[in-house]
Write a protein that binds this ligand. Structure first.
Ligand code: ZN
Length: 191
């Protein structure tokens, strides 16, 4: 089932997600619905907050992005990222590998048509639980590492506009404000 994607201005995007301790039928259904919603929207990542649920649950799929490479390794062995997509991450944590940072453009399904450069760590180690409730650990770099950092932020209630430098954010302010006004109007109509 397709879910509605929540836009900037909805307070759920600022909520820290609760940990998911068990893969219940409800969680499995939510994961299926979020995957369908993410693919339909041509997103490479989606967090539970973006469908109105403040949970530590997110997913990424970088399969179709050909111009921005991703790397992945498990236990020191390089693997093909596409073999692991979509990646479902529950209660994810990550640590920085090395000290390389990279600035590159990002968008977000909760900010239609807004794109800005964000500085992120180029390589990270990730630990999480997967959709079967099993522990997963891997190292990743490039676009995949960027997407996971963006999604992890969502799970804490942090948005990519918070990570923009002041000039970028000022340039995008009219578009960001317009989304917020539109969302607030919609929330008012529901009451
Ligand atoms: Zn996002």
């Amino acid at each position: 089932m397709l879910l509605d994607i929540v836009n900037y201005g909805d307070p759920v995007l600022r909520q820290k997600g609760e940990r998911v301790e068990q893969i219940t039928p409800e969680i499995t259904q939510l994961i299926d619905d979020m995957l369908e919603t993410m693919h339909e929207a041509h997103g490479i990542g989606l967090a539970a907050q973006q469908v109105g649920k403040a949970l530590q649950l997110t997913m990424v799929d970088v399969t179709d992005v050909e111009d921005r490479p991703s790397r992945m390794s498990i236990d020191g062995e390089a693997v093909k990222p596409e073999d692991y997509m979509p990646l479902i991450l529950l209660n994810p944590e990550w640590t920085v590998v090395g000290d390389t940072k990279e600035e590159a453009p990002e968008g977000c399904l909760s900010f239609p048509e807004v794109y800005g450069n964000i500085n992120r760590h180029e390589e990270i180690d990730v630990m999480a639980m997967d959709e079967k409730g099993e522990a997963v650990a891997f190292r990743c770099g490039g676009l995949l590492a960027r997407a996971i950092q963006h999604e992890w932020d969502h799970l804490q209630g942090i948005l990519f506009i918070d990570r923009m430098d002041a000039i970028t954010r000022a340039e995008l302010k009219p578009e960001i404000n317009a989304i917020q006004v539109e969302t607030t109007k919609g929330l008012g109509n529901q009451r």
